[in-house]
Design a protein around this ligand. Structure first.
Ligand code: NAP
Ligand code: SF4
Length: 680
């Protein structure tokens, strides 16, 4: 039956031998659970929730066909019948919920962070310290056999098919591109030779698994690195893969080592849809588009326009396992939207930690963080409607408690209200919208514009008082700090204080960088930044002219800085070193492109009418600036907490920035709130 809300996105996809219930795919996302046999119960629970949530097709995190292909030592591998039992737990869980699941076969090639790495040629990657060995002819043949065995085992484990990972710069992508394939034998040189390995793998896997098994191939449409493939080559490879037996063509954008962001929040939504559309016109099999699609309206529009047959979303299913069911029943306003921050998913993966989600701490912890209905309803006050308080209040109410949420401000969201004003961080408003709806749906009583005292709370007879009052920006003790030139980041981001052309920013943490980006935004450019503008800034050739080379890279549009900014810190380390692993470089590159001067090892001497006086490397220097913006961290605001524990009266709990301002962090705040509320 046609869905009234998203008729194209939620229409079934007939593959001939099988039918997918809709065109929404949960793309591959490495959680870390797939790497250890004892975590497969947790992995099965994680996928079960997503299948129950209505998604049409799931793809697992990457599983290696052999040891040489490991991303990390002892990473998830499927090369023996002894692995089948674990994988069957996953496939059974998904099938019991009416879903379908493919296992991704991922050979990391030179991206492996382990000593056995191999590649097309012995060219070291900038993101792994291990130099690969070039595969010999014999090694190539055994690798093909490993893929085939892995696919057969996946079929025996109950998977509906496999996805062969050929993009993001992994082994098959390394064979495909001249950047990493320097071979002169039949596996290197011309594009016909460079594509021989992926095409041969698909052909032999198809022969082994038969016709009634999905083979999806993830193909790199834009490599976004020097020495990447031209559009003509990309199309030629796709056609050969289709001929060799691919059922569905998934698409990828950018190698992991690319210096163009492709998934962080500042990448415009659905930025690559036009590129997928161009490939779709060349093939007869279904094409999937991915990257920064996080809400059903865009996804529907893409399928409706015929730009792709399926939409892949990976992180959005960490954020909300029920995404499809909510969309299908007209409840898109209840979707917990992925904000593209990477803080709890990819940043964890790259640090070899279990992936989760900043806005949904249950992701990857489905068997550990459970919101059970309470048997003993408690009256709970939550003070502070920032991320920690919102999470605690809504989870407590979902568990059946009677919750009142207080905030002295006129709106919920706390620091997220500042973050969403930063260009490229507009998505943060979605989290505020989500929590606003959760408050309505769970019946939390919301009291805004009211600063409550401990005495008032005590008088109202609450059983529990959760103090989530957050932080106060730190004012560093610098001579002249009261000068009118000095503003706090709150004056700038929230209160829109006038800021002059020459600016010094004291403090180079996340907020110092955010303020830098805010002040560099040219008001003539609309927000969110349009795709074409973003592509120009980063030098991405989205139009992929037929003979365009170099993996879709073009010359970036030169930046014309609207302000002259100096960003400062006292530490001698690189500025921005503490930012997220997968997003920090994007912030640094943005400021560098706008000629921001970054100074480390600074001591602040004084502020006067002339500007900010500093000492760097023993030399005194004057920064003649119009304004000095303080982004010097925060102090905790926890005055509501009693100074000592009492035996009677309500229980007090302290969470979020109020508990630990030095590590103010929305990921910790939301998780702490949820864990506390689930355990009350
Ligand atoms: P932060 O990351 O702790 O940075 C505070 C900055 O202030 C540091 O550069 C520090 O450098 C400086 N500072 C500290 N005490 C100072 C003092 N007494 N005088 C002068 N400078 C001082 O804090 P934040 O920037 O306020 O960010 C808060 C949190 O928000 C972060 O922990 C982060 O998780 C999150 N956040 C992240 C992002 C992102 O990743 N893009 C963006 C926004 C917010 P020195 O001590 O070296 O001078
Ligand atoms: Fe999305 Fe951030 Fe959650 Fe990752 S941690 S899934 S990027 S919201």
């Amino acid at each position: 039956m046609t869905n009234l809300h998203y008729p194209n996105l939620l229409a079934p996809l007939d593959l001939g031998f099988t039918t997918l219930r809709n065109r929404v795919m949960m793309g591959s996302m490495h959680t870390g659970l797939e790497d250890r046999f004892y975590n497969y119960g947790k992995l099965a629970a994680y996928f079960r929730e997503r299948a129950r949530g209505g998604v049409g097709l799931i793809v697992t995190g990457g599983i290696s066909p052999d040891r040489r292909g490991w991303l990390l030592p002892f990473g998830g591998t499927l090369n023996s019948v002894f692995d089948l039992w674990n994988h069957r737990r996953v496939t059974t869980a998904v099938h019991q919920e009416g879903g379908k699941i493919l296992m991704q076969i991922l050979h990391a090639g030179r991206y492996g962070y382990q000593p056995l790495v191999v590649s097309a040629s012995a060219v070291k990657s900038p993101i792994s310290k291990f130099r690969p060995r070039a595969l010999t002819e014999k090694g190539i043949e055994s690798t093909i056999r490993d893929y085939v065995r892995c696919a057969r085992l996946a079929q025996r484990a109950g998977y509906d098919g496999v996805e062969i990972m050929g993009s993001e710069g992994y082994l098959l992508n390394q064979f495909l591109c001249a950047r990493t394939n320097l071979r002169t034998d039949r596996w290197g040189g011309s594009i016909e030779n460079r594509m021989r390995l992926p095409v041969e793998i698909v052909r032999r896997v198809r022969a082994a698994v038969g016709t009634n098994c999905i083979i999806m191939y993830r193909h790199s449409l834009l490599d976004l690195v020097d020495g990447g493939n031209s559009w003509d080559d990309v199309v030629a490879v796709a056609k050969a893969l289709e001929q060799a037996g691919v059922t569905i063509m998934n698409t990828g954008y950018g190698w992991h080592e690319a210096r163009v962001p492709t998934i962080v929040t500042s990448v415009p939504r659905a930025a690559f849809r036009s590129v997928a559309a161009r490939l779709r016109r060349e093939l007869t099999i279904p094409v999937v588009v991915s990257n920064r699609i996080n809400m059903p309206a865009e996804a529907e529009d893409i399928v409706h326009n015929g730009e792709a047959d399926m939409i892949s979303m990976a992180r959005p299913f960490l954020a909300d396992p029920d995404f499809v069911n909510k969309a299908a029943t007209g409840r898109s306003d209840q979707i917990n939207t992925c904000i593209g921050c990477n803080q709890a998913c990819l940043d964890h993966t790259f640090a070899n930690r279990r992936a989760s989600c900043l806005v949904n701490p249950r992701a990857g912890h489905e068997t550990e963080l459970i919101y059970n209905k309470t048997l003993k309803k408690r009256r709970i006050a939550v003070v502070g409607a920032g991320p920690a308080g919102l999470s605690a209040a809504t989870v407590a109410a979902e568990c059946g408690h009677d919750v009142t949420l207080f905030d002295s401000s006129e709106r919920i969201g706390g620091q997220f209200n500042l973050a969403m004003r930063v260009p490229g961080k507009e998505e943060f408003s979605e989290t505020i919208r989500y929590f606003g709806r959760r408050i309505e749906l769970t019946g939390v009583k919301l009291v805004l514009n009211q600063r409550v005292s401990r005495a008032q709370l005590m008088a109202q007879g609450f059983d529990d008082i959760i103090v989530a009052t957050g932080i106060r920006p730190r004012t560093p003790p610098i001579d002249g700090i009261d000068h009118p030139k000095v503003l706090s980041y709150i004056d700038v981001l929230r209160d829109q204080a006038h800021v002059g052309r020459r600016v010094a920013i004291i403090g180079a943490g996340g907020i110092g960088f955010d303020v830098g980006e805010f002040l560099l935004h040219d008001p003539a450019t609309p927000l969110p930044v349009p795709v074409a503008h973003w592509a120009g800034e980063w030098g991405v050739d989205l139009h992929a002219a037929p003979d365009s080379g170099n993996g879709g890279l073009t010359v970036p549009t030169p930046a014309i800085p609207v302000r002259q900014i100096t960003l400062l810190q006292r530490k001698t380390s690189k500025l921005g070193a503490g930012l997220g692993k997968t997003s920090g470089w994007v912030h640094r590159a943005t400021l560098q492109r706008n000629q921001v001067e970054m100074l480390a090892g600074v001591s602040y001497d004084k502020i006067d009418d002339r500007g900010l006086h500093i000492t760097v490397n023993g030399k005194a220097r004057l920064l003649e600036v119009d304004n000095i913006i303080l982004c010097a961290g925060q102090d905790a605001l926890a005055e509501l907490m009693p100074s000592k524990k009492t035996r009677s009266g309500p229980r007090f709990h302290l969470i979020g920035g109020a508990a630990l301002a030095a590590e103010l962090d929305a990921k910790r705040a939301i998780r702490e709130g949820a864990e506390l509320a689930a355990g009350l």
